[in-house]
Ligand binder design. Structure first.
Ligand code: ZN
Length: 120
């Protein structure tokens, strides 16, 4: 159920996502519900055997910021643990269980999750 706008418009279309077909279709549908027009296109330059698996999501140039913000919001809505994990890491906590691990831990003393922390 993609909505394709006729080619008579002067809008400039910008690729904002390249991903698997189902995910691109889902994002396109979500954006349409937010009244942001989007287009789906096949990724160009695909190698033999991979054609048809990767799709591009395009929106009008004026909608890029809003579309990206909506996608980020949607992603966190679908995967709330990701937003939470980022918050935990920023607080010096284990992203898996939330245990406070302090500065520069090698692993979580609670759940055993190994950390690889890159020094800035
Ligand atoms: Zn842990």
């Amino acid at each position: 159920m993609e909505t394709f706008i006729s080619d008579g418009t002067n809008d400039e279309w910008v690729v904002i996502k390249e991903d698997m077909r189902e995910w691109i279709k889902e994002l396109s549908h979500m954006l349409n519900e937010k009244d942001i027009s989007s287009r789906i296109s096949l990724a160009s330059g695909c190698s033999p055997g991979t054609c048809g698996s990767t799709f591009l999501l395009l929106v009008a140039k004026k909608d890029v910021q809003e579309a990206l913000a909506n996608i980020e919001e949607y992603y966190i809505f679908l995967h709330p643990e990701i937003g939470k994990s980022q918050e935990w890491v920023a607080q010096g906590r284990c992203p898996a269980c939330g245990h406070h691990v302090g500065m520069n831990p090698k692993e979580c003393s609670d759940c055993g999750l190994p950390f690889i922390i890159e020094e800035a």
